[in-house]
Design a protein around this ligand. Structure first.
Ligand SMILES: NC(=O)c1ccc[n+]([C@@H]2O[C@H](COP(=O)([O-])OP(=O)(O)OC[C@H]3O[C@@H](n4cnc5c(N)ncnc54)[C@H](OP(=O)(O)O)[C@@H]3O)[C@@H](O)[C@H]2O)c1
Length: 270
């Protein structure tokens, strides 16, 4: 079985490890690194994986190295593990860091290093993630297949061009926050209508998760699903008209545009 190294067992690193183990991957084939030994022990106890604070040792003979540290730490980790990468055959590095470009990582890594850039999102924590992957120029088809298969343990995977990453961030990486904001606003609206906050929270959250489940189809059709709850001259139609007149659709266009712009700015700093 391929050895997998996860550098950085924080939120995203743990989500990945937990998904891989739940999907049947042998825990002893996974090694996770952290600087804090306490965190390493927690992950070892929870998932039965190997842990260490030695990044070079962790990637020895690994087929796939997931980089799950903060964006600011990616280049220094690549420098740190360069020697070990050079002595490995056929290792693919997979960065889950927001905004860090393939070109900058390829420059920090040994010449010809296969690298995949991934934009994940937090529903990965419950196996419902959306990971968009852009392969670097040295990645083979077999490596891309392996990376896709591993990421499918924590949700859906789409292969994209790196030039689409800023738009992908607007539609997947950051998008869970839009739905949380909408749910939060609906809770407040419920309280304003006289419901207890706890009941309003249950109702609004269940509606969001139920709507999400209906969208969780092979070919989701959000317009058809919306029409199915919109009877002529009914309650939903009245609410939707108010949302449209308040400019919800335009606000979403502008929010996505700002998000993609900010992603491009952050990438330029990387
Ligand atoms: N969370 C999100 O919503 C989200 C969404 C999309 C993308 N991402 C990307 O995912 C990456 C990880 O984010 P996160 O939220 O999981 O961050 P996090 O919870 O802070 O995890 C980062 C982990 O890396 C470890 N670490 C830091 N430096 C290290 C080093 N030199 N060697 C080994 N381990 C090291 C830290 O532990 P120690 O301090 O113990 O070393 C920590 O456990 C980021 O690049 C982020 O852009 C996150």
């Amino acid at each position: 079985m391929n050895k997998i190294a996860v550098i950085g067992g924080g939120q995203i690193g743990e989500a990945l490890v937990s998904g891989l183990v739940a999907a049947g991957r042998e825990p002893s084939s996974i090694i996770v690194t952290n600087r804090s030994e306490k965190r390493g022990q927690e992950l070892a106890d929870a998932y039965g994986v190997h842990t260490t604070n030695d990044n070079q040792q962790a990637i020895d003979e690994a087929s796939v190295v997931f980089l799950c540290v903060k964006p600011v730490g990616i280049h220094s980790i690549l420098h740190e593990i360069s020697e070990a990468l050079e002595s490995n055959d056929d290792t693919v590095v997979v960065s889950l860091a927001a905004g860090v470009t393939l070109a900058s990582m390829e420059e920090a890594a040994p010449a010809g290093q296969p690298i995949v850039r991934v934009m994940p999102n937090t529903p990965m924590l419950v196996g419902k993630g959306m990971s968009a992957c852009a392969p670097g120029r040295y990645v083979s088809e077999a490596q891309m297949e392996l990376v896709t298969k591993l990421l499918q343990a924590v949700g859906q995977v789409a292969v994209v061009e790196e030039s689409d990453m800023d738009a992908v961030t607007a539609l997947a990486g950051s998008a869970p926050a839009y739905y949380f904001l909408l749910t939060e606003a609906l809770v407040d609206a419920g309280v304003q209508l006289g419901l207890k906050r706890s009941l309003a929270t249950t109702l609004a959250s269940a509606a969001a998760s139920g709507a999400g489940a209906l969208l969780d189809a092979e070919s989701p059709d959000p317009a058809r699903l919306r029409q199915a709850v919109t009877s002529p001259a009914g309650t939903t139609a009245a609410a939707l008209r108010e949302l449209e007149e308040s400019g919800l659709r335009g606000a979403i266009y502008r929010a996505a545009e700002k998000c993609a712009q900010r992603s491009a700015e952050l990438g330029g700093l990387g």
